[in-house]
Design a protein around this ligand. Structure first.
Ligand code: HEM
Length: 432
């Protein structure tokens, strides 16, 4: 099986590949050019995500290709202890407990603790867009990638002045681990990643030395550990911050971009959102299913695993095709149709499943819900600029748009008939 996420059809229309792999009688395929086993069916992906005794997370954050020796010399200096997504038992349950205690992860807690931050940041960005009435704006740069970064920095207690370098480091990490940079680029990105790790360590060290305790995540994590390394070490606090700064913004940026793409590529859908904001949560859920921001995620087998007629050997790296699982026709009727009204709209695997289920799912939903509601209210005439070409950054895991150019039009649009019904439209393109 050939799957090249860096060129060709998988880069522009992954749904075509997902359909073909789901139609194939074999349940697992070895992708020679990637050196990864592909698992695509909903039941198999769900099980692999949850079955930590068989599928380990150890290499989830390790580059998916052979890194050149010069870059590797830098990578080995990043001595971040494994926490959450990169950890297996016993470190995983312990560090996850710490995260659950210090980071809001239920809808009620997320609203209570982060609602005000999200609304303030959304309003700030929406007002900037409104001020550009009549202009063409790239919604990826001006909104989708900006909002989650500002929010996660507020939650962690990181100064706004560091935004630019954190964005550069986080983008670099995603390209270094799941992209295909050339050797010179690998060295540059690896150096950036080392600086990023040193920055997170320094952030935590300053807080420990000063004894300064605030309401942010870093202070909470230090209070939670209460000077007890058996609970959580200081480097683990830095490692949690390191992971949250990436997990907290690249993913939600993807969700916002995909939601805007789905809404604006069919103007009736945008009209439906402006007419009835109560439809926003289901729209966000269907975006998560149809166009997941992470459409492939990694595991490594701890033993031989047999799926139907195929046996994956022990020690093999597997790419769980979340995007394909979300289009599995044995679970979702008309899976290639974008339909926020489907009864099982929440059965996607976009936030993972089981012990590693995304700790930020509640925050991501809150951000997307508030963002879409306020954008639709403030800019009802928002529409794509002519000649919109959808293209994604080459990556094995993250499906991120390059740009989404739109015209800012704060005047209400001419009424679009049957707007609500039109939110359900058969889509032959992937939409991500
Ligand atoms: C649309 C947005 C998001 C998507 C699609 C997403 C996706 C995922 C997925 C697929 C996993 C499972 C990883 C695994 O099984 O190994 C995960 C875990 C995780 N996510 Fe998210 N995520 C999103 C937003 C966020 C946000 C906003 C945060 C925090 C600010 C966050 C923090 C985490 C953390 C810490 C884990 C690791 C949990 C663990 O291993 O116990 N995510 N996420």
């Amino acid at each position: 099986m050939r799957l090249n996420p860096f060129t060709g059809v998988y880069l522009t229309d992954p749904a075509d590949m997902w359909r073909r792999i789901l139609d194939d009688p074999y349940r697992a395929h070895y992708a020679d050019d990637l050196g990864l086993w592909l698992i695509s069916r909903h039941a198999d992906v769900r099980r692999a995500l949850a079955d930590t005794a068989t599928f380990a997370n150890a290499l989830t954050l390790a580059p998916v290709y052979e890194v050149c020796p010069e870059a590797m010399n830098v990578v080995v200096q990043i001595d971040a202890p494994p926490t959450t997504a990169a950890a297996d038992p016993p470190a995983h349950p312990r560090t996850r407990r710490a995260l659950r205690a210090t980071f809001a992860n239920t809808a009620d807690r997320v609203e209570a603790e982060y609602g005000a931050i999200v609304r303030r940041r959304v309003d700030q960005l929406v007002s900037r867009l409104v001020a550009r009435q009549g202009d063409q704006v790239d919604l990826v740069a001006a909104f989708a990638t900006e909002l989650p970064l500002l929010v996660v920095l507020d939650i962690l207690g990181v100064p706004d002045a560091d935004i630019a370098r954190i964005r550069r480091w986080a983008d670099g990490q995603i390209a270094l681990i799941w992209g295909q940079p050339d050797p010179a680029e690998q060295v540059r990105l690896a150096q950036g990643l080392l600086e990023f790790w040193q920055y997170c360590q320094e952030l935590v060290r300053q807080r420990v030395d000063s004894g300064d305790r605030r309401a942010d995540f870093i202070s909470r994590a230090l209070a939670y550990r209460d000077d007890d390394d058996a609970v959580l070490t200081v480097p683990e606090v830095a490692s949690l911050a390191f992971n949250l700064l990436v997990a907290g913004h690249e993913t939600t940026a993807g969700l916002l971009a995909h939601a805007l793409d789905q809404a604006l590529s069919t103007p009736q859908r945008w009209a439906a959102l402006t007419e009835d904001p109560r439809t926003v949560p289901a729209f966000v859920a269907e975006t998560l299913r149809f166009a997941p921001a992470i459409d492939g995620w990694l595991r490594v087998t701890r033993r031989d695993v047999t799926l139907g007629e195929v046996t994956i050997p022990a020690g093999a790296r597997c790419l769980l095709l979340i995007g394909a699982a979300n289009r599995d026709p044995s679970v979702f009727a008309h899976p290639d149709r974008f339909d926020p009204h489907r009864p099982d709209v929440g059965d996607h695997l976009s936030f993972g499943h089981g012990p590693h289920f995304c700790i930020g799912a509640g925050l991501a939903r809150l951000e997307a819900g508030i963002a879409l509601t306020r954008l639709a209210a403030a800019i009802p005439g928002l529409r794509f600029a002519p000649e919109q070409h959808r293209s994604y950054k080459p990556n094995v895991a993250f499906r991120a748009h390059h740009t989404l150019n739109a015209i800012i039009d704060i005047t209400a649009p001419v009424a679009v008939p049957a707007a609500r019904e039109a939110a359900t439209v058969e889509s032959s393109t992937a939409g991500g």
